[in-house]
Design a protein around this ligand. Structure first.
Ligand code: C2E
Ligand code: MG
Ligand code: MG
Length: 611
């Protein structure tokens, strides 16, 4: 400042003068303001507060992007609505302010709404989910939250509105997807289980029963595999709508995946449930037409019924599944009702399957041998190997009981291989002891299912070479039912076995649909006349005629004949007369342990039964 030039001196003076004037003016103003405030102090504070509350009201209410309104809890009339509410509900502000809350409730729901309001009295504060109708008529779902406040000097309620229409629709869609089958739109397993549980719960209060009806399409896989998945899908969709049409509105049909459908119905008793099941099955009868294909479908239907609330959806479904399985076993296109007998039969079977596995691993299985006798001279020329199960608890079990279980469970291949090896070893052991005597011929039964297992040929080849049994003295016995299945792979397997050098016996001839073409096409060596014809030989001339012509036919085709089930000397001599080559039966010897096999007994015509 010391070096400031003289021209600046004038400026400095002017500045300080202006500052002084300004300070005086400010002081005068403050004095004036102070006097004003003293005059109307209370009034000013109130106005400032009002300005402030009006400001926050403007920000929080009027400009809020969320629809809001203020209403009179006594009249339900809107006292104030914000811009967002006007936009959202579509009513012009003036019109809005003439309306009450009841005017935005869908017409059909006004009564219920008013009852709710009346119950709450003047303390009514809407909250939670509501349905509102906008000016165009569209219904929206909203979530409301309300607070009490003073408005224009009187008690009022301010409500904020959240439109949740889209969100709820999405939630519903997701819930639907989680509980329904995407292909058919039917309920899925989860939803059905829930429905069954609800129905079961109701049994506490109402008499009656809950039915689960399991519908499984027969041979659906054939349609899928031969006509393609598109046609398969359309068949399933149509099945779904046919089933839905066949049941009552209040019943539920669900798809369990694949070609399995389950109906849940509240019924009076099992009869009604079976009636519904029958209608469901009938609905499948009209041909299905898709893509130029006409398909005839049937179903296997299992019904289970629970009359106590303590039942569980799981057991009900499991029982219905078992009954369905039974219907399928019986050939399909039928309704089976589950009962405890069925359950215990199935359980017994499961138990048998388990213990069959154990038996094969241990030494509970044994092979017995029944002599086969030459009819003309009564000599023992062969044996049939017949398996027995010496069960530690149930005693001796015959093959008729457990072979079918072994067949169904895939145990037949290891069981059949075991019998084959056991019998081959026995043949070799007998052969060694027999010295120069002509070896006997050993017949071993082979199951159809065993033949469809591709490894059977290798297994048999391996066993024959390991044991050293002579295939020329081994016969495999196959029953006619095998051939009935018309399965080419079975025929091929038989031809392959023949290649091993073994002989083939056609077992139980005459019991099923005999077809002479089998005899022509397949390289059988021996035909075994079923015991049902032999047992009738004495008094029934028809059986005589049948056996006589079967013997003639077999001989004409170059086969020899074994008569099964010979029990009386009379039958034996008649068979001799008819020209049967060999005979087997209790008269000539029961199945026995290998050590007890009657090699040296000469079976004489007319001899009494062996002990
Ligand atoms: P199958 O091959 O026709 O065997 C003859 C059945 O008739 C045997 O019953 C035998 O004990 C019985 N039998 C023999 N003589 C008489 C008689 O004079 N009167 C009466 N009433 N019955 C007689 P088993 O041993 O109970 O065998 C039943 C069926 O089980 C057999 O019929 C055969 O098809 C099957 N089987 C037996 N062992 C095996 C095996 O190791 N594997 C396979 N896959 N099946 C076998
Ligand atoms: Mg047999
Ligand atoms: Mg037989």
């Amino acid at each position: 400042m010391a070096d400031r030039r003289p021209a600046d001196e004038g400026l400095k003076e002017r500045l300080s003068r202006t500052e002084k004037e300004l300070a005086e003016a400010r002081a005068a103003l403050e004095r004036e303001e102070r006097s004003h405030q003293t005059l109307a102090d209370d009034h000013t504070v109130a106005e400032a507060a009002l300005r402030q509350s009006e400001e926050s009201f403007r920000v929080l209410f009027a400009q809020n992007p969320q629809p809001m309104w203020v209403f009179d809890p006594d009249t339900l009339r809107f006292l104030e609505v914000n811009d967002a509410a006007v936009a959202h509900y579509g009513h012009p502000r003036e019109r809005f302010l003439e309306m009450t809350l009841a005017d935005i409730v869908p017409t059909a729901e006004v009564d219920a709404f008013m009852r709710q309001v009346t119950r709450a009295g003047s303390s009514y504060q809407p909250s939670g989910t509501h349905r509102h109708q906008v000016a165009g008529g569209r219904i929206m779902e909203v979530e409301l939250s309300s607070h009490r406040l003073e408005f224009g000097g009187q008690p009022a309620v301010v409500t904020a509105v959240k439109d949740v229409t889209m969100q709820r629709a999405l939630e519903r869609e997701l819930r639907h997807q989680a509980l329904h089958d995407p292909l058919t739109g039917l309920s899925n397993r989860a939803l059905l289980v829930d429905r069954i549980q609800r129905s079961l719960n109701r049994l506490d209060r109402h008499a009656g029963a809950v039915a689960a009806i399991f519908v499984d399409l027969d041979r659906f896989k054939l349609i899928n595999d031969s006509l393609g998945h598109d046609v398969g899908d359309r068949v399933l969709t149509e099945t779904a709508s046919r089933l839905r049409a066949a049941i009552r509105q209040e019943d539920t049909v669900a798809r369990f995946g694949g070609d399995e459908f389950v109906i849940c119905a509240e019924v009076i008793d099992a009869d009604e449930a079976v009636g519904i099941a029958g209608r469901a099955l009938e609905s499948l009868t009209p041909p299905f037409r898709h893509d130029g294909h006409e398909m005839l479908l049937t179903g296997s239907v299992g019904v289970s019924v629970a009359a106590v609330a303590s039942a569980t959806p799981e057991t009900l479904l499991r029982d219905a599944d078992w009954a369905m399985y039974r219907a399928k076993e019986e050939g399909g296109n039928r309704v089976e009702l589950f009962d405890r007998g069925l359950r215990s039969r199935l359980l017994a079977r499961l138990e048998m399957e388990r213990s069959l596995r154990r038996a094969l691993g241990g030494d509970e299985m044994r092979v017995l041998y029944q002599p086969i006798v030459s009819v003309p001279d009564g000599r023992v020329v062969g044996a049939e190997a017949l398996v027995r199960w010496f069960h530690p608890k149930h005693g001796v079990i015959g093959p008729a009981e457990f072979i079918p279980v072994a067949e169904e469970t895939g145990m037949i291949a290891p069981l059949g291989a075991w019998v084959f090896e056991e019998a081959c070893r026995q043949w070799v052991s007998w052969r060694r002891k027999a010295g120069r005597r002509e070896p006997i011929n050993l017949a071993i039964n082979v199951s159809a299912r065993q033949l469809t297992v591709p490894s059977t040929f290798d297994t048999f080849y391996d066993i024959l070479s390991r044991t050293g049994a002579d295939p020329a003295h081994v016969s495999l016995e196959i029953t006619e039912s095998v051939l009935m299945e018309g399965n080419d792979s079975i025929l091929e397997a038989m031809l392959a076995l023949k290649w091993l050098g073994v002989r083939l016996n056609l077992d139980d001839f005459g019991t099923r649909y005999s077809s002479l073409s089998y005899l022509r096409r397949l390289p059988f060596d021996t035909l075994k006349v079923d015991q049902s014809f032999v047992s009738g030989l004495r008094d029934d001339s028809r059986d005589q005629a049948i056996v006589r012509s079967v013997v003639g036919l077999a001989h004409a085709l170059g086969l020899d004949v074994v008569a099964e089930g010979v029990e009386t000397p009379e039958q034996f001599s008649l068979l001799g007369e008819m020209g049967a080559d060999r005979a087997q039966g209790y008269l000539l010897g029961r199945p026995v342990e290998a050590d007890d096999f009657p090699f040296d007994t000469l079976m004489l015509v007319g001899a009494g039964p062996t002990p």
